[in-house]
Ligand binder design. Structure first.
Ligand SMILES: [Zn+2]
Length: 494
């Protein structure tokens, strides 16, 4: 959700490897064309269910003293589902910046680049100019709608200020995150480690600059729970909340007296966008980015608990919005090298061990990774974990290949949809389809023909509502608001 905040990202260890994708895919129109004729997709699909999060579902049930497998997560209740292909233009398995560009900007791009099309080259700042693309947040803002962002992670991985940037990057026209004007229109921002003035050589300061831009408006910045709770949407026009100097702590390690949960920040964002702006629709993007980081560390307990916290945020979003008016989507940006294996007994801890030993007469855990920091083979022998508490929050799952950090996976990810126009999200699509379908449903962006011909009126809740046409084959209804909920992982959603 924050792709438009960032300029090109030039940090990759893959910097020295340049792999070109098909040249036609460097043209953003290639991807936009695939999302344009959405009338073809506006056919009620067969409703089917896709298990989105089997491991976290079991954990959620076991946290409530149930067997777990039969538990119904909030995500499980979404009636429409589809699959998204996540590859980037140049790699089979993507990173989070290229996927964010796909599902928010509607254009696939190269690994480690964000907010630019595939004609821009990773690590070569001068190729950014002229290849920028805009996101659905910008399209919504241009249509006069409110937008909000909530995430549990930092907004970037590098270049928080100009002090972080190499001279060559500055010379070629790259900028740090504090100089990105797209922060301006966002009504609610709950992100972390955005920018701090201590390291800003040019004297700019994102927070104070942001407040100064809000002439005649009430723009509040908060950094702790007490101030956050005190924010009244009725008397606040814009809200920026930054609770930690880096990523938010994992939910099970969070100090609830200082930091709110992702469900609580989601609630605040919806209140701020829905009730303050009173008359227009809004996209609110909620990202459970710490799920991804739990997997990178091969700490399955952390990743699964984050997913449960994320599901609670989805539930909060549904509680505060009207299914008749609000399109809510749950998706992931990519998968992980994560596996759910063995033959554990029904009701056995999801963080436990398979009752069947390997040929080496040693047990293994139900959850494992294909690669990552959990490679522990010594003298050709796996470690004996019979007396190891694998349910500990700090336990690092075994992996087959040694890496400092586990990699993403290349499986398709699910998109789950609920509310008006949810039927657009079905079948197997390119990930870039998501942005175009959301824009179509929300009547923002380039193709508004189906919106212009339809009458609009407001209801008693002061929200733009749909026309009441149930014939989805010929006349799609209009969406009042969109909540996009992304787990920045997808082992749980593939
Ligand atoms: Zn990741």
């Amino acid at each position: 959700c924050y792709s438009s905040l960032l300029s090109i990202v030039c940090y990759s260890s893959l910097l020295s490897i340049y792999v070109s994708g098909p040249v036609e895919e460097e043209n953003p129109e290639f991807w936009r064309a695939q999302g344009c004729d959405l009338f073809l997709c506006a056919i009620p699909p067969k409703v089917w269910a896709l298990p989105p999060s089997q491991h976290a579902r079991i954990l959620k049930g076991q946290m409530h003293n149930q067997s777990g497998e039969e538990t119904v997560m909030t995500m499980d209740t979404f009636p429409h589902a589809g699959l998204l292909k996540t590859y980037s233009v140049d790699f089979q398995i993507p990173d989070s910046s290229s996927t964010a560009t796909a599902y928010l900007c509607g254009v696939k791009t190269n690994l480690n680049t964000v907010g630019v099309n595939a004609a821009a080259r990773n690590g070569i700042c001068k190729t950014q100019k002229g290849n920028e693309v805009t996101s659905i947040l910008k399209w919504a803002k241009d249509a006069g709608k409110s937008v909000g962002i909530v995430t549990t992670t930092r907004a970037s991985r590098k270049w928080y200020s100009d002090a972080d940037m190499p001279a060559s990057a500055k010379k070629e026209g790259c900028t740090d995150i504090s100089q990105n004007p797209s922060v301006d229109p966002i009504r609610v921002i709950v992100i972390h480690e955005l920018c701090f003035s201590m390291t800003q050589r040019d004297g700019r300061h994102l927070i104070s600059d942001w407040q100064k831009m809000k002439v005649g408006k009430v723009a509040r910045y908060v950094w702790n729970r007490t101030d956050f709770d005190a924010v009244d949407p009725d008397t606040t026009d814009y809200l920026m909340a930054l609770f930690e100097p880096g990523d938010l702590r994992f939910d099970v390690e969070r100090d609830p007296t200082m930091d709110p949960s992702i469900a609580e920040t989601t609630e605040k964002a919806i209140h701020q966008c829905l009730w303050v702006t009173s008359s227009v629709s809004f996209p609110v993007c909620v990202s459970g980015g710490r799920i991804d980081q739990g997997h990178h560390a091969s700490r399955a307990s952390m990743a699964l608990h984050e997913t449960v916290a994320f599901d609670n945020a989805v539930a909060k979003g549904l509680e505060l919005t009207n299914e008749e008016e609000t399109l809510t989507l749950v998706t992931a940006d990519h998968s992980h090298a994560f596996t759910f294996n063995g033959y554990p007994f029904r009701g056995q801890s999801i963080l436990g061990k398979s009752p069947l030993y390997g040929k080496d007469m040693l047990p293994y855990t139900t959850l494992m990774y294909g690669n990552g920091p959990g490679y522990k083979v010594v003298d050709n022998k796996r470690p004996d974990i019979r007396n190891v508490d694998t349910q500990s929050k700090d336990y690092v799952q075994l992996s087959a290949v040694p890496l400092d950090t586990e990699t993403h996976g290349g499986e398709d990810v699910a998109v789950l949809a609920r509310g008006p126009m949810a039927h657009l999200f079905h079948g197997v699509q390119e990930q870039s389809y998501l942005a175009h379908a959301m824009a179509y449903a929300g009547c923002v962006g380039r193709d508004l023909r189906h919106c212009e011909s339809r009458p609009q009126h407001t209801n008693t809740q002061r929200i733009l509502v749909t026309t009441t046409d149930d014939d989805r084959n010929s006349a799609p209804s209009q969406v009042s608001s969109i909540s996009l909920v992304t787990a920045l992982l997808a082992a749980v959603l593939h």
